[in-house]
Write a protein of this length. Structure first.
Length: 267
């Protein structure tokens, strides 16, 4: 009996128990939970860092766009200012010339219509004639001096600034009223403007004539550019206004071309 009991005890003591204990289960669970939390922490940290990097990139991109917008707005403002400066300079040429001429020749002798200066042809020519009267010759000479002053002044500005206002020429235009044959009016207006330019240049030195003669141009419009009435219908008063000599300062577009180059991309 003793032998059997001993053998039974030994067999129980030598038996291997394959079922984990509660402690082992808890330990394993804690270890898994620890690694899971560690993994979640790493993922959260990575996502936080990635979000911060993306946010910083977006902020930088936004700042770049704002800076570019500010730069473009500033360049646009400068362009508008430069265009206005050119327009003002051209306007000043007309105003200065008209003011100076009327000081010398009497108020109202030279009038302005938009970008044109004009004088009544009746004070310059005999009726239906192209020869200048004494008053017409004096006026032409005074206009020649005034225009020459402007031409020389703008040439000096060109030497000091590549984007200054530049005059191509000063155009003298002859006009008639709507009476008479078309061929006669066309010839008469051309003759009147031509002889007027000749007297404008009559007191220039040979040197100035060679240097600045190309700045003076004559042309004719006959009856086709009335400032009163229409080509077909004109009263006697309107005809008197339409018989005139007109002056236009034709400007070069080099100043505007300069601005286009200056404000073009990369300019």
């Amino acid at each position: 009996m003793t032998y059997k009991r001993t053998g039974y005890r030994q067999s129980r003591e030598n038996k291997v128990d394959y079922w984990p204990s509660m402690v082992d289960i808890m330990s394993s669970s804690a270890l898994i939970l620890f690694f899971a939390m560690a993994l979640f922490a790493v993922i959260a940290s990575y996502n936080s860092l990635r979000y911060r990097v993306l946010t910083e990139e977006l902020e930088r991109e936004k700042q770049i766009q704002e800076d570019e917008s500010t730069r473009l707005e500033e360049r646009h403002r400068q362009l508008v200012d430069d265009i206005e400066r050119i327009i003002d300079a051209r306007e000043n040429m007309y105003d200065t010339l008209m003011t100076e001429l009327n000081k010398q020749l009497g108020p109202g002798t030279v009038m302005r219509d938009e970008t044109r200066l004009y004088v009544d042809a009746e004070t310059l020519f005999e009726f239906n004639e192209w020869k200048l009267t004494r008053d017409g010759r004096e006026l032409a000479k005074e206009l020649g001096k005034a225009f020459m002053k402007i031409v020389k002044e703008q040439q000096r500005q060109i030497e000091n600034s590549e984007n200054s206002v530049r005059i191509l020429n000063i155009e003298v235009i002859g006009h008639t009223d709507n009476r008479g044959a078309e061929s006669r009016n066309r010839l008469l207006s051309a003759q009147r403007s031509g002889v007027f330019v000749d007297y404008m240049l009559s007191e220039l030195s040979e040197e100035d004539l060679l240097k600045y003669g190309s700045f003076y141009k004559s042309s004719s419009m006959s009856k086709y550019s009335p400032i009163a009435g229409t080509v077909i219908s004109q009263t006697d008063e309107e005809r008197a206004r339409n018989r005139r000599i007109e002056f236009i300062i034709n400007f070069s577009d080099e100043d505007f071309n300069y601005l286009l180059e200056k404000y073009s991309e990369g300019g």
